[in-house]
Ligand binder design. Sequence first.
Ligand code: NPG
Length: 376
Amino acid sequence: MNLVGVEAIRIAMPLVSPFRTSFGTEHARDVLLLRVLARVNGVDVVGWAECVSGDDPYYSSEYVEASLDVLRRYLVPAVAAAAAAGELTPDAVAPATDRVKGHRMSKAVLETAILDAWLRGHQVPLARHLGAARTAVPSGVSVGIMDSVPELLAAVEGYLEAGYVRIKLKIEPGWDVEPVRAVRERFGDILLQVDANTAYTRADAAHLARLDPFDLLLIEQPLDEEDILGHAALARAVRTPICLDESIVSARAAADAIALGACHIVNIKPGRVGGYLESRRIHDVCRAAGIPVWCGGMLETGIGRAANLALAALPGFTLPGDTSASRRYYARDVTTPFELDGGTIAVPTGPGIGIDPLPEMLAELTTSRTWLLPPS
Ligand code: NPG
């Protein structure tokens, strides 16, 4: 594959309602898309991907301005140099950018856009390339922290009526046992889990054990992302299965956390781990160890959501993911919106990620465009 150009496109995406977590409240996303121009077997192709860096470094150390900077200064030049030196393939992107420490979300968007272009050139859907076993995936929904329990119950009721098969409640100290109790009492035997986004400490073990009676599927990332041994100790002190998100930055981190008894379940987010190829390796490590995985979400537009659906179709994804319909977050998406159908969302079947931005929506939402590698 020849790399012809790489363009960064920023779009402004207002959320349908504020999304509050223990690390902040989002009202809108400043989304960075990459558009890769390439030539595969003499045919011009365009690859698309979405960067999941946030506006601020509050979920991870990465943020949009930093992603743009590291892509422009280091990652795109490194891949352009590798492409100039020999045949570029998606597998060559990670080794070409390996010298840059961290910046996994930025590496992920570049690898995914190149993978999309390559797959389109070879007429292969991403789901098939990754090894998907399903054509539709069950859809869960993440429910933010609310001002009151009645407000939360109304929101959960709406999502259940829409057909979501699993509810995830965001929790933090002061908003945990009572909202969980209220949802369990009101809605009975639904699939229910919680996500703390690192809001607790080892000293909270006895408090978190108070969630045990509610038969949650899992508690996600209760402790600091570096506190693997703390999670292992907590896993022995509570009955609710521990799931890790922020801590799992690679297949190696997953293997270590599993070996140390720090998690029973893993949330895979391609942006957090450097891309879909590393995500598949994490899937494989977890599957071999008998650890269920599910696909996380980071408020993606249709571009990121399409690729997540392909990943979530792999056989080890045995729990519903945060792969919600577009309208959960966006009144108007940059692609044809993904819709819920009987609690599932169809996995795209077209080549690559299987979807493109709608040109008029893209034009309307775009706030800036910059060539990171001007077309040659
Ligand atoms: O469904 O796209 C989605 C969002 C699900 O709760 C969700 N994501 O901590 O997992 C998380 C959280 C998140 C959102 C994290 C935005 C980082 C940024």
